[in-house]
Design a protein around this ligand. Structure first.
Ligand code: ADP
Length: 470
């Protein structure tokens, strides 16, 4: 497994999610550090205390200061153990303090003031040579005799300070490590979501297929099964709606044809009143329009269901394009749009010439219809690899990114196109026919700058062979 890092991994939204994770990890490190420091501290202190205790006991034993009857105190600076800083004996109101040579000259007020219960480590004491740290031990004997002794605790204390310093460095230094680690955890936890988003986007592009239901780990597998269920339901619903629409179109054809015939019949002869003639002409025109619409819808339905009958013959795409350009010369001139056809030598394909001519007509019609007054349309045709391509470019009104995903739908018309005549079926038909020929069609467009529709069709096998032979 390798780590692929992208800019998104350091985005603010990711960092925001990583903050609680980081907080949790860092608190963990902090707690661990504090527990370790306190454990080591109490360990050091217990060593200090036991050393002090040993020193005092051995001192008391050696000098037999306390006999059974607590005889007179017989200790002085000379017989004080060198590691002991002081020994203090308190009995009633009397107290004796013996201070060792290493204690420094003066300044033992604190020792004299030590409470009877005071026993501990690392008591700061001011001496003539400055502040020092001592470990004090207190022992109680019968008849209210209290013996206190102090030993130099600076070694243990220095060790403890060092430990504290290193721990602080580790705790703050861990930020450098923990922050990328938190970001990595967030990346790991979001990875399935990101993968799912990409897969769904691919599904949307391919307009078919399903998410893989195995091999993604149990959670994702279960999620994908549910999503696939939804996709199936959705597709079934869309198919049913399209089927109903096709049925309606099919059923409307007969009454519409009859309506047109009746209007035609009514218009025969000259005896009708002008108003009646006009109304009948309108009826004829509208029924023609509806019939054209129904015809296209039926063709699309046929193409999509794979039942479109294609009369495929060996055809030269270039001559088909030339014919269509001539057909639209007048319309283009009216809008002062120049139409330029750039082609290579004949591009021969096995296609249904009538259907493919309708495709070129639709694309050129749109390019002129949605082109700007005095603009241009360029048609380029040629071959690339094992495909023939035809590109229609214009510098017209363009299509917004949102609309680009919808223009292929049945009956969809762009908001800014409503001023133009149209049924919203042209591109739907174009795609159905091209896909029925195993080709593809795509669009690139920029709003207010123009559009570019590209059709790619597989070259006839013979044509490919010719190209290889040449
Ligand atoms: P119609 O042209 O009848 O509206 P089409 O299916 O041919 O329907 O086109 C669908 C929509 O796509 C149009 O309404 C228009 O908004 C947009 N369109 C198609 N071709 C172009 C083009 N060359 N330039 C700008 N918009 C276009």
């Amino acid at each position: 497994m390798y780590l692929r890092i992208s800019r998104e991994d350091f985005s603010w939204s990711r960092s925001r999610k990583a903050i609680p994770v980081f907080g949790l990890l860092w608190s963990g490190v902090l707690v661990l550090a504090l527990v370790t420091v306190f454990a080591l501290r109490s360990h050091l202190q217990s060593i200090e205390m036991s050393e002090a205790n040993q020193l005092l006991t051995s001192y008391l034993n050696i000098h037999r200061i306390f006999s059974r009857s607590y005889g007179p105190l017989r200790f002085n600076q000379e017989n004080l153990h060198e590691d002991l800083i002081f020994v203090r004996v308190k009995q009633g109101g009397d107290q004796t303090l013996v201070v060792g040579s290493q204690a420094g000259a003066t300044g033992f007020k604190e020792i004299l003031g030590l409470g009877p219960e005071q026993s501990g480590v690392w008591l700061p004491v001011d001496t003539a040579d400055g502040r020092r740290v001592i470990t004090v031990i207190t022992k109680k004997y019968d008849h209210g005799v209290l013996v206190q002794a102090g030993k130099d605790g600076s070694r243990g204390y220095q060790l403890y300070l060092k430990l504290l310093r290193y721990t602080a460095i580790i705790v703050f230094g861990s930020i450098v490590l923990l922050w990328p680690l938190s970001l990595y955890f967030i990346k790991l936890s979001l990875d399935p979501l990101v993968t799912t988003r990409k897969r769904i986007r691919e599904l949307g592009k391919s307009r078919g297929g399903f998410l893989p239901e195995h091999g993604n780990g149990p959670e994702l597998d279960r999620l994908y099964v549910q999503i696939n269920k939804l996709i199936r339901q959705n597709r079934h619903l869309v198919a049913e709606m399209q089927q109903s629409l096709d049925n309606v179109a099919h059923d409307l054809r007969t009454p519409m044809t009859r309506l047109r015939s009746v209007a035609e019949y009514g218009l025969q002869g000259d005896e009708q009143a002008p108003r009646l003639r006009e109304a009948l002409s309108d009826c004829l025109e509208e029924s023609e329009r509806v019939l054209a619409m129904l015809r296209i819808m039926m063709s699309v339905a046929e193409a999509e269901s794979g039942t479109m009958r294609l009369e495929k013959v060996d055809t030269d795409l270039v001559s088909l394009l030339q014919q269509v350009v001539v057909l639209y010369e007048y319309v283009a001139e009216e809008k002062k749009i120049s139409v330029e056809l750039q082609t290579e030598t004949p591009v021969r394909l096995k296609v249904d010439p009538t259907r493919i001519s309708q495709v070129w007509a639709n694309l050129l019609d749109n390019a002129i219809k949605y082109g700007r007054e005095g603009g241009w349309v360029k048609i380029i045709a040629g071959t690339a690899g094992d495909e023939a391509f035809v590109v229609f470019s214009d510098n017209g009104i363009g299509i917004s990114p949102v609309e680009q995903g919808r223009i292929w739908e049945r009956l969809y018309r762009g908001d800014r196109s409503r001023s133009q005549k149209g049924l919203g079926l042209g591109l739907n038909y174009v795609r159905a026919v091209i896909e029925a020929h195993d080709g593809r069609v795509s669009v690139e467009s920029r709003l207010h700058q123009g559009s570019r529709f590209e059709v790619a069709l597989p070259l006839a096998q013979e044509a490919i062979q010719d190209t290889i032979d040449v």
